[in-house]
Design a binder for this molecule. Structure first.
Ligand SMILES: Nc1ncnc2c1ncn2[C@@H]1O[C@H](COP(=O)(O)OP(=O)(O)O)[C@@H](O)[C@H]1O
Ligand SMILES: N[C@@H](CCOP(=O)(O)O)C(=O)O
Length: 322
């Protein structure tokens, strides 16, 4: 699920009077997603997505997220566009939550992506990195080295409940990453959560990217590493070199990686695997058993982390370099 906050038809109709979007004909909650409450709205005009921003989203970050979607869409990236209210504001309030209306993006996310889809995702990610240039608002990555430590402190005492020996392993990993994390690589606006459920395909092609609510300023190659983790491993935990090669080729067809970025991929991938391991571990340990949300397996990301820790050359990702 992701409908944490319910809405009434009366409140929704009142909320919509602030917008020029036609009359409401129907609405329903969207079960997918993890962070926010989403509703699909049908009106006498276009279908729309209504998002109510939940606890984990800082209200002060919303202008960055909504402004970024506007900036990227204006530069030709296919992504949802926040709709302005009659007074020009992009944000309103509904059921006590900050709320926005965004355009509906056609397409479906792929449950079983193939190498050709990974190529498309790589190219779309690079296009997003380029389209993000010139966006004037900034947002530091709250889920980088410092954020990982803070998250870990909340789970550390119970980590061995999930797997024996985790406490010691993750402490060592955090220390290694803090000592070796790259600093001087090209940076810009990154998506930071470009998993298959955030990429829509229609017919044979990629139709757009959604869910910019982890977007921030960070190393561009870190975003590539997030995609390698999210798209290029199989269910049995093995790395799929064909998919990795396709994703990297797709990315480099638009924005070639520098030698330093390429060489940093193992440590960046190790860090991004740890990032998703930590948020999943925290959710795993804190989500009540009766909550209507699908808990994601932290150990999937621990296995990926271990894979990257053992990589000795970027050739193992499928990246060919002279
Ligand atoms: N602009 C959009 N167009 C079409 N569907 C959308 C759009 N935004 C969200 N959705 C639907 O809502 C689901 C959850 O959205 P998402 O932004 O991933 O939520 P969360 O941030 O809570 O994880 C998506 O999987 C998709 O089905
Ligand atoms: N992609 C993250 C969880 C965030 O989910 P989303 O629905 O906001 O994409 C993970 O897999 O841990």
């Amino acid at each position: 699920m992701a409908v944490y906050t319910d809405i009434t038809e009366d409140d929704l109709k009142r909320f919509l009077t602030e917008y020029d979007v036609g009359d409401l004909t129907s609405y329903k909650g969207i079960a997918e997603g993890v962070e926010n409450s989403n509703f699909l709205l049908h009106t006498t005009r276009d279908p729309l997505i209504l998002t109510l921003y939940e606890k984990r989203v800082e209200k002060s970050d919303l202008p960055f997220f909504l402004g970024l979607m506007q900036h990227l869409a204006a530069r030709g990236l296919s992504c949802p566009l926040p709709l302005p209210r009659r007074d020009g504001a992009l944000l309103g309030t509904l059921s006590g939550r900050p709320a926005a209306l965004i355009s509906f993006l056609e397409g479906m996310w792929l449950r079983k992506p193939e190498a050709r889809h990974c190529r498309d995702v790589g190219a779309a990610l690079a296009k997003m990195h380029i389209a993000g240039e010139g966006f004037t608002l900034t947002r530091p990555n709250a889920l980088s080295l410092d954020g990982w430590h803070t998250l870990w402190e909340k789970s550390e005492a119970r980590a061995d409940e999930v797997e024996k020996g985790l406490q010691a392993e993750i402490r060592g990993e955090l220390a290694f990453l803090a000592a070796n994390w790259p600093k001087d690589l090209p940076a810009g606006v990154i998506h930071a959560d470009l998993f298959p459920d955030n990429v829509f395909f229609l017919g044979d092609g990629l139709s757009g990217l959604i869910d910019f609510y982890f977007a921030c300023n960070d190393l561009l190659a870190y975003d590539v590493s997030i995609c390698l983790n999210a798209w290029c491993f199989e269910k049995d935990g093995s790395y799929n070199m064909t998919k990795g090669m396709a994703l990297l080729e797709g990315y480099e067809s638009v924005r070639p990686l520098s030698r330093a970025e390429a060489e940093a991929l193992p440590i960046l991938s190790r860090g991004s695997a740890l990032r998703f391991f930590l948020t999943r571990l925290y959710d795993w340990l804190t989500t009540p058993p009766d909550a209507l949300v699908v808990k994601k397996d932290p150990l999937e990301y621990l296995r990926k982390l271990r894979f990257h820790a053992a990589v000795s050359s970027v050739g193992e990702y499928g990246l060919s370099r002279p």
